[in-house]
Every structure is written in structure tokens, then in C-alpha cells.
Ligand binder design. Sequence first.
Ligand code: SF4
Length: 140
Amino acid sequence: MNLTDSMEGTSIMARATEALKPISTVWEWQMRGRCRGGSGSQFFHPDEDLGRISRKLREAAAKRVCGSCPVRAECAAHALAVGEDYGVWGGFTERERNRLRDLGWQDAVENGRRANVSRLERRLAVADAREREERTQTAA
Ligand code: SF4
């Protein structure tokens, strides 16, 4: 039997091997996150702290950590795929991930595992600029 799938040119054995990979390889990136071992206080907003400014400061601090994280692409893809509701993941805040759900993000994720974070950031920046422009026109 020819083990090559004529439709996609992928060997059946390669596809089976991919399907049978241990689950740990899917989560291995979490072991390499820059936030690992920290308190997580920058990444998750405490219930008792209702201040908008402190939230922004926490988010900015968390985003700086994510900015140099070696697994940011994997983390962002995970958070978007599973719909993480709270905290900063992959350098994206709760609000930003909500916006990306509306704007679309799937086309910027490779193999369901790695997000093109630059592309997603550009998408958010364009949407924000458009929104500001609309507000300005409405106010005029
Ligand atoms: S991208 Fe940010 S939240 Fe994700 S693992 Fe890295 S440091 Fe942690």
C-alpha cells in the first residue's frame, strides 16, 4: 500500500505520528514562559482592586514581560483558541482578546499553535485607529 495521501501529499504515517504525539508536547511551551514561577499578580487583576489606572499599570507590566517571552506566539494562540477570559496572555489583555474575537484571529495562527502576534497587534491598531476616527467624526 502506498502510504502517501494523494490529496495532500502527506504520508499517512506522518499524520498518524502527529495525531499520536503525547499531550505534553502541546503544553510544553508553558514550561518556558517568562512568567513561570512568578506571583502572577501582574497578569491577573485582583477582584478587590477596582482602579482603572492600577489595572493599566499591571497590564503594561505584564505586557513588557510577555514582550520578551520565548513562547509568546504559543501562549497567544492558546489563549485565543480556548477563550481565556481573564488576565494577560501572550501579551494581549482581556479587552484585546475580546476585540480579536470580533475582528478575527484564526488566520493569524499557524497550525493552531503559534500566533503571528505582530499581525494581531497591527489588526488591533488599525481597528483602534478606525474607532478613534469614527468618534472624531461623530463629535464634529
Ligand atoms: S507570553 Fe506572557 S503570559 Fe504567556 S507564557 Fe510568556 S510571559 Fe507568560
